[in-house]
Design a protein around this ligand. Structure first.
Ligand code: ARG
Length: 451
């Protein structure tokens, strides 16, 4: 019966619960069945097991699949429990399923198999966030807003330029995830415990059946490494940091009345009837904590592990699942919040020129007319306010001549306007409408390519 499988090693000692990963392994239940199937098919193709036994095992695996993870017999993990269930149906021949492999290569393959799916889901949320950011950027390409450094008014820009800045960051986060995907998608199976197997297995065939791009070569590396979890979670943590930034900005902007979240993405207060709070974005901001702690949990668990397999690895995996789930949710919510937010053009335009945010534009204008930039900076700093007369007396003081000696008064008046100030900044990647239109077209093309 099924108890012949490791029954004496896992029979109810006090550490039983501590040892078992069966509950957490629900996440790789479906993956394990696929990996069992591919392995059994290869074993039969290579004549390592009889076709008839292979058929019985495959039938048993189908039954195990239908009955589900929750009906598995007790076991140290999902791999042992599925094997016990198969042996329970097929009899001793069911034990042939585990020929030429180990749980060490099996679990590493399961994690990679499942992670592919999770990375693809996470990538889909990055696509949603990027298109929400680009759509809103296109609709608000000309909506002038204050830009900040140190959270102080700095220079006017546009909502489109601001949103597109985050899209570029998310695009790089997605590229890092995609890059990691290539290294995730290599198959460890056939490495066995770590030292390979004397059976004439076909590792490439198993990899092909499971949709992997290839096999991990060194059998000791194949079972030992979890670097693919580290790089995936690191990319997810980077994305979570980006999401926290856009969330934080929108929390601040909703505080200032620049943007209003849709009711779907806001919360109320149980006591203060007037409240509309940006809770979803606060939670999205907080997910960076989950992601960064997952990365740190992983690296700390892996640090200093000797070759080859060590059971510590069992506790590494959930750090990755938890982080990836949290970041996927946060990215999806941020995409929805951005897509449904309403920007208050009037409040933004009023605020855009506050705090003499056009000062740099005036200094630039003077510099374009031949005044050394440092001196132009001094003139504008001396004036200290967005006022022609103040600038004129500052020119007298610093340059010893009226402003009109250097630049036409209407040009100065115009540079003091936030919208003109934006229009002047037409360098590559700048906020002026032609520059932004080029950037948005490039970003859109890259997004279509990535989709
Ligand atoms: N459940 C284990 C894990 O997640 C795999 C089992 C390998 N166990 C062993 N004793 N070699 O890593």
């Amino acid at each position: 019966d099924g108890d012949v499988v490791r029954g004496d090693r896992f029979s109810g000692g006090p550490a039983r619960g501590f040892l078992s990963s069966l509950a957490a392994d629900e996440r790789i239940f479906a993956a394990d069945l696929e990996i069992d199937r591919a392995h059994v098919v290869m074993l039969a193709e290579k004549g390592i097991i009889d076709d008839e036994v292979a058929g019985e095992i495959l039938t048993a695996l189908n039954v195990v699949e239908v009955e589900g993870h929750e009906t598995l017999p007790e076991g140290e993990d999902v791999h042992a429990a599925i094997e016990t269930a198969v042996v329970g149906r097929v009899g001793h021949d069911g034990g042939k399923m585990h020929t030429a492999r180990s749980r060490n290569d099996e679990v590493a393959t399961c994690i990679r198999y499942r992670l592919r799916e999770d990375v693809l889901s996470l990538l889909e949320t990055t696509t949603a966030l990027r298109s929400a950011l680009l759509d809103a950027a296109e609709s608000h390409a000309e909506t002038v807003m204050p830009g900040y450094t140190h959270l102080q008014p700095a220079q006017p820009t546009t909502v489109g330029h601001f949103l597109a800045s985050y899209e570029q960051a998310v695009a790089r986060d997605a590229a890092r995830l995609l890059d990691a995907y290539g290294r995730i998608n290599q198959c460890p199976l056939g490495a066995a415990a770590f030292a390979g197997t004397p059976f004439d297995v076909n590792r490439e065939r198993v990899a092909e059946l499971l949709g992997f791009d290839g096999v991990l070569d060194n059998s000791m590396d194949a079972v030992s490494t979890r670097d693919f979890l580290v790089e995936t979670v690191a990319a997810a943590a980077n994305l979570a940091t980006t999401v926290s930034g856009v969330s934080e900005d929108l929390v601040i902007y909703s505080n200032r009345g620049f943007v209003e979240l849709s009711d779907d993405y806001a919360s109320t207060s149980s006591i203060m009837p007037q409240k509309k709070n940006p809770d979803t974005l606060e939670l999205a901001r907080a997910v960076a904590g989950d992601a960064h702690s997952g990365l740190s949990g992983l690296l700390t668990t892996l640090k200093g592990l000797p070759r080859a397999y060590n059971r510590d690895l069992q506790r590494a995996t959930p750090h990755a699942w938890d982080a990836i789930d949290a970041v996927t949710d946060a990215t999806e919510v941020a995409a929805g919040a951005v897509a449904t937010a309403t920007w208050n053009d009037d409040a933004l335009a009023d605020a855009a020129g506050e705090g003499f945010s056009t000062a740099t534009g005036v200094a630039d204008l003077l510099a374009m007319c031949g005044v050394p930039f440092r001196t132009a900076h001094e003139v504008v700093a001396t004036a200290g306010e967005a006022d022609y007369d103040a600038l004129d007396s500052a020119a007298e003081e610093v340059l010893g001549a009226p402003l009109s000696e250097f630049v036409a008064p209407e040009e100065v008046e115009s540079a003091l306007d936030a919208a003109t100030s934006v229009a002047m900044r037409d360098s590559v990647g700048g906020p002026a409408s032609e520059s932004l239109a080029d950037s948005l077209a490039d970003a859109e093309a890259t997004l279509v390519d990535d989709e």
